[in-house]
Design a protein around this ligand. Structure first.
Ligand code: FEO
Length: 396
């Protein structure tokens, strides 16, 4: 049964859980699903805040109709974010609820026309405007580029609920727990960071501006469009997003390697052993097995990254190349980089990775370790030197 779930007496979660989609945006694996959160506010007038992806209309409607029984009309849909995982059902909603007015900003309207050719039954708001629902007023704050140009947040000043759009959201279906007092926090923090680092993190400066802007509100509940709702400790998720956006890191290292025939891996193993003996917190990813989204999540937490890569056609191994391009796009700051690799008949990978360090303004740790063909004793010795330099850099 698709039940609406109360946040407060007059606000219900009416969203949907998706455990069918393999890849979010056809890019990011969803081993634990994702939720499309939508909320229904019942006052003298009724308002939905955001909607769901098109294929999830049915369960969403079950929940909305459970609340709007007796033919109660739906007055407004507040569109905090236009990406189709939230707006895909809009045309159907306009058809099913003949009084419905779509509320958004000028950029929202531009996207409404572009995606759905919708130009009427709209109400355009300005930054700082409000909307009176009867016993409460909704207040709007534009938070552009978190992570689309039209993104905004809505605050219910009576029930103190911040509807934050994608900000403060994460992967993971909410059948695992809808509220922060119901969930496994460690599990969800990983999935929230994987969402943040891959979807929103590039726009960290805009996230910090948004957090600053909404800090004027006395927030009691954070209700985003993906993942858990934060009612016991609403500032926990805001603080996490702020920390990640400021590029604050742990004194730890991610070792992301690729190895075709094991010659790079033998050095990785040697380096990893020296790092663990030095008590350096370490995560290891084999890029041929770990999807980049998990690697990027772990890199976002760590101060240091070791890229271990064989030369492939005089350049980077393709999976390392993919990761490096993604990291360039994410614009991470305040990290250091260590390099190791191997080559058979011509090098090239270390040169490309050195250029990546320079371009990203990451500190490159000396020495760069590279074996010709199979690693020899001198290469293993260089791995130990590299481990010592990383340990020193972390102050461990
Ligand atoms: Fe959840 Fe940016 O869409």
């Amino acid at each position: 049964m698709n039940r609406a779930i109360p946040l407060t007496e007059s606000i219900h979660w009416v969203g949907a859980n998706d455990r069918e989609t393999e890849l979010f945006e056809n890019l990011w694996p969803l081993p634990h699903g994702v939720s499309y959160n939508a909320y229904l506010i019942e006052d003298q007038r009724t308002a939905l805040v955001d909607a769901v992806k098109g294929p999830f209309l049915s369960e969403f409607l079950d929940r909305v109709r459970e609340r709007l029984h007796g033919g109660r009309r739906l007055d407004y849909l507040i569109i905090n974010h236009m990406e189709p995982d939230h707006s895909g059902s809009l045309r159907y909603l306009l058809h099913l609820f003949p009084d419905l007015i779509l509320v958004g900003n000028a950029k929202t309207m531009d996207l409404l026309k572009g995606f759905y050719n919708i130009t009427d039954r709209t109400h355009v708001i300005q930054d700082g405007d409000g909307l009176d629902l009867g016993s409460r007023r909704l207040e709007f704050a534009f938070t552009p580029m978190v992570h689309w140009p039209e993104t905004m947040m809505t605050f219910d000043s009576r029930d103190r609920v911040l509807f934050s759009g994608d900000a403060f959201g994460g992967f993971g279906a909410t059948d695992l727990g809808l509220f922060d007092d119901e969930i496994d926090q460690v599990f969800f923090e990983d999935e929230i960071l994987r969402y943040f680092s891959n979807i929103v993190g590039r726009y960290s400066p805009m996230v910090l501006k948004a957090i600053d802007k909404v800090s004027r509100w006395d927030i009691g509940i954070v209700a985003s469009t993906h993942g858990p709702i934060w009612r016991r400790d609403p500032h926990r998720v805001i603080d996490l997003y702020a920390r990640w956006s400021r590029h604050e890191t742990d004194p730890s290292v991610v070792l992301a390697y690729a190895s075709m025939y094991g010659n790079t891996y033998r050095q990785v193993e040697h380096l990893a052993r020296a790092l663990t003996e030095a008590k350096v917190p370490l995560k290891i990813h084999n890029l041929s097995r770990s999807h980049a989204s998990f690697v990027i999540r772990d890199i976002w937490r760590a101060r240091g990254l070791v890229l271990a890569c064989p030369t492939y056609n005089m350049g980077l191994f393709p999976l390392t190349d993919n990761l490096v391009r993604m990291l360039e796009n994410k614009q991470l700051k305040n990290r250091f980089l260590a390099l190791l690799g191997s080559y058979g008949w011509a090098g090239g990978a270390m040169k490309t990775l050195t250029q990546f360090a320079e371009k990203s303004h990451w500190q490159l740790i000396d020495p760069v370790v590279e074996a010709k063909c199979a690693p020899a004793a001198a290469d293993f010795e260089n791995c130990r030197r590299l481990a010592a330099a990383i340990t020193a850099r972390l102050g461990i």
